[in-house]
Design a protein around this ligand. Structure first.
Ligand code: BGC
Length: 765
């Protein structure tokens, strides 16, 4: 076991390491480089450094491994692997066999490794420290899909900024985020990590998150490199099974899945992660069309591509590579610059170059890109720039950061249903029974994909509610059952508590282990013991508010579906309970919208609102020989974009010119009015449908949205401008195209609501 305390002697040695670095040849060469170096125009000093490197040192710069410190948190989040001891890993780094490590243990660990490399390695090339900083570092924000429900990309940028400042304070230079995979199948557990099912929302959140993490200056000690993942189409896994194959038309790939990645790169992301999946028989990690033709040639991406965790090695099991050497060659030649966790590049690239199977120039090009990003991150100026134990502590979980977490959590909550205005609840005068496995306790608050946060530091629901109530005795808390099994006497205790109360809050749903990586589900329902609890409690006749915990859309059934009020509260992070109480008691009006559709039944998956009409669209369940199920329409119970407020919002007065000129724009407006008694924030959405085209078009596509705050009685005219490129699709020739003709328009509160609707014609050019 390694001593994790930073001694005075170690600190002095750190100073020694800085001195060693200051006089090193690598620094001398690189300091001549332009400070604003961009890949592709890498200055001569980088090449001079490359010229001094051995083949093994070059392969080392392309090798990234999970941190070995104390067993490493990294490996807990991934399949178990037997890595080296920490001392062994440090020795590898000093020997030039590692470019850096990920999911390590904060500034203390980073300082020790960087110091060893600066003092002991031949070329003194700084290590890079990476981590999965997905929804916060120590301050935990809502899971990414929840935050997407805010329909507020600016909020995502702000939370990413804070996550970057906390994580960069802990010595981390590079986050493996944002995940921008479109998720059209809610069985897929990693839905929770992206922005949902919609292309436009996905683009906006991808860009916002990149800007948040990278800041204005990548060298800043509160900025870090973003990584667009998982490239490409990882979310299209067949049957919602994580890691499964993907088989998509190039059109759907280009039209639906690729745009959010592109938006992330356009926002300046300097790294990409190759996805685990194959597309039409070719693993992404071994796919030169994706990594070169699309990424480099079409999109001019200048940054680095890293494999996913052993993604190169997995091409052996997939039947695409013969052995490790073959896998290394295939991945590298396809355009994957860096290998994560398998060590295959370190083991095989030097030999492959010597045997002429990998050109030396290709190897040098990847090394050049890696050194260039290290330079952009400021590591050659000061390898210790993000490593500061004091700063790590000072930046963690500050009041301001926690306040932002609460704000983000509040804005992520979606009110699905509120019959009879049951919510908000009064803070006194009513007895409340809080029932369910998520009612209280330090569990399932942060959500999946948290490396550094701790549920013990988060606020649970019972605590949040107690904080809001005037009379603490008004609250009774009963678990009723476990997440996936009954507890003896649980239902009886819950029913007794419900009987003695005026209102029941039922905190049910999925736990952290049920969504996230490798957590695909065949039935996206509330687990049976919790459904049984809900049925028993509802049978008391007391009004029930469902407080759902979930990382994906759920198919709600029985009394859960029929309850008068339903709140979607996801995994909200550090301030979970407080934020939920803010909404329950009306300190804030709910403003979140579903970033993915909640189907009627699990069997509808994959379901997405922007589906095609088919030749036999159904209008009603009684239709025969139409595109519907026996028990469900090809529609959602709660569609994309749906979410109520505590106001009463009306849509009227569509203003829409009849024609859009080929080279013009069209201004579309509607009036949105709050006739309710409470202030509300409405998310006004603009949808289009191209009525006839040479490629069939979706029944609706969201093109824009705007959030407006409306006091009681207030109205506002909300305006949108569409340009011709907003009407584009991927044409017969696989290129973006627009065709003149009729377009339907809706300004509406969801993908299925009518709102106000009209039609315009795009005139021929
Ligand atoms: C995941 C990535 C993650 C990596 C490193 C993989 O299993 O797919 O999203 O960044 O592990 O932890």
């Amino acid at each position: 076991m390694v001593d994790t305390r930073l001694s005075r002697r170690a600190a002095l040695m750190g100073a020694g390491a800085v001195a060693a670095w200051a006089s090193s040849p690598a620094r001398a060469l690189l300091m001549q480089a332009d400070a604003t170096i961009r890949m592709g125009v890498v200055p001569a000093p980088v090449d001079a450094l490359i010229a001094r490197m051995t083949l093994e040192e070059k392969a080392g710069q392309l090798t990234l491994n999970a941190a070995a410190w104390g067993g490493g948190v990294a490996t807990a989040l991934n399949p178990p692997s037997t890595g080296p001891s920490f001392e062994g890993q440090v020795a590898d780094a000093v020997a030039g066999k590692l470019t850096g490590v990920f999911n390590g243990n904060g500034a203390v660990m980073a300082e020790r490794m960087q110091r060893a490399v600066m003092q002991g390695s031949r070329l003194k090339i700084p290590l890079i420290f990476a981590a999965d900083v997905i929804h916060g570092h120590r301050t935990i924000f809502p899971v990414p899909v929840a935050e997407a429900a805010s329909f507020d990309p600016d909020l995502a940028m702000r939370t990413a900024r804070v996550a970057a400042s906390e994580a960069a304070g802990a010595g981390i230079d590079w986050t493996f985020f944002p995940m921008v995979d479109i998720a059209r199948d809610q069985r897929w557990g990693r839905t929770m990590e992206g922005a949902g099912e919609d292309v436009r929302l996905g683009e906006l959140f991808a860009a916002a998150r990149v800007r948040g993490f990278q800041g204005r200056d990548l060298k800043a000690d509160d900025a870090m490199m973003a990584c667009i993942k998982h490239f490409a189409a990882y979310g299209a896994a067949e049957s919602g099974l994580d890691y499964n194959v993907v088989d998509l038309s190039e059109r759907t790939l280009r039209e639906v899945y690729l745009p959010p990645y592109k938006a992330g790169f356009d926002a300046g992301a300097m790294s990409a992660m190759a996805s685990f999946n194959e597309i039409a028989g070719i693993p992404a990690t071994g796919n030169p069309w994706l990594m070169k033709t699309v990424l480099r040639d079409e999109w001019r991406f200048p940054g680095i591509v890293v494999s996913d965790y052993t993604g190169d090695e997995e091409m052996i099991a997939a039947g695409f590579a013969e052995d490790g050497r073959d896998a290394a060659r295939i991945a590298f030649m396809a355009g994957v610059d860096m290998s994560m966790q398998s060590n295959l590049y370190m083991l095989h690239l030097p030999g492959l170059v010597r045997e002429g199977l990998v050109p030396q120039a290709t190897l040098d090009a990847s090394v050049r890109r890696v050194l260039a990003v290290k330079h952009m991150l400021g590591l050659f100026d000061d390898p210790f720039r993000r490593i500061d134990v004091k700063r790590e502590k000072a930046r963690s979980r500050t009041r301001a950061n926690l306040a932002l977490s609460r704000e983000a959590a509040r804005r992520s909550i979606v009110l699905l249903k509120n019959d009879g205005g049951l919510l908000p609840l009064p803070t006194s005068g009513k007895r409340i029974a809080l029932i369910g496995p998520f009612a209280s306790g330090q569990h399932d608050l942060n959500g999946p994909w948290v490396v550094y946060g701790d549920n013990a530091n988060a606020v649970d629901l019972a605590t949040g509610i107690r904080g809001a109530l005037k009379d603490q005795n008004a609250l009774t808390v009963v678990a009723g059952c476990d997440v996936e099994k009954p507890i003896p006497g649980g239902i009886e205790a819950a029913v007794a508590a419900a009987r003695a109360a005026d209102i029941v809050l039922l905190a049910i749903g999925e736990n952290e282990g049920m969504s996230g990586e490798a957590q695909s589900r065949t039935e996206i329902v509330v687990p049976a013991p919790q459904q049984a609890l809900a049925e028993a409690v509802a049978a008391t006749g007391k009004p029930v508010v469902i407080v759902l915990k979930n990382g994906r859309a759920l198919a709600l059934t029985g009394v859960v579906r029929d309850a008068p009020a339903i709140l979607v509260t996801w995994f909200l992070g550090s301030e979970s309970g407080n934020a939920t109480a803010d909404i329950l008691f009306g300190t804030a009006s709910p403003s979140g919208r579903l970033p993915m559709s909640f189907p009627f039944e699990s069997g509808q998956e994959p379901y997405h609102y922007d589906h095609k009409a088919t030749g036999r669209p159904a209008q009603a369940l009684s239709d025969t020989y139409k595109a519907k199920y026996r028990t469900a329409l090809n529609a959602a119970l709660y569609p994309f974009g749906h979410g109520l407020t505590y106001g009463t919002i009306g849509y009227s007065a569509l203003s829409l010119p009849p024609t859009m000129a080929w080279n013009g724009v069209i201004e579309i407006a509607a009036t949105v009015t709050n006739t309710g008694a409470r202030t509300a924030e409405e998310t006004v959405q603009l949808y289009i449908r191209d009525r006839v085209a040479t490629i069939t078009r979706p029944v609706r596509e969201m093109k824009a949205f705007r959030k407006v705050r409306l006091a009681p009685g207030a109205g506002e005219t909300v305006r949108f401008t569409l340009k011709r490129s907003d009407l584009e699709f991927i044409g017969v020739d696989m290129k973006p195209t627009v065709e003149a003709g009729e377009f339907d328009v809706w300004i509406a509160p969801s993908a299925q609501a009518e709102g106000v609707t009209g039609r315009f014609v795009l005139a021929a050019g």
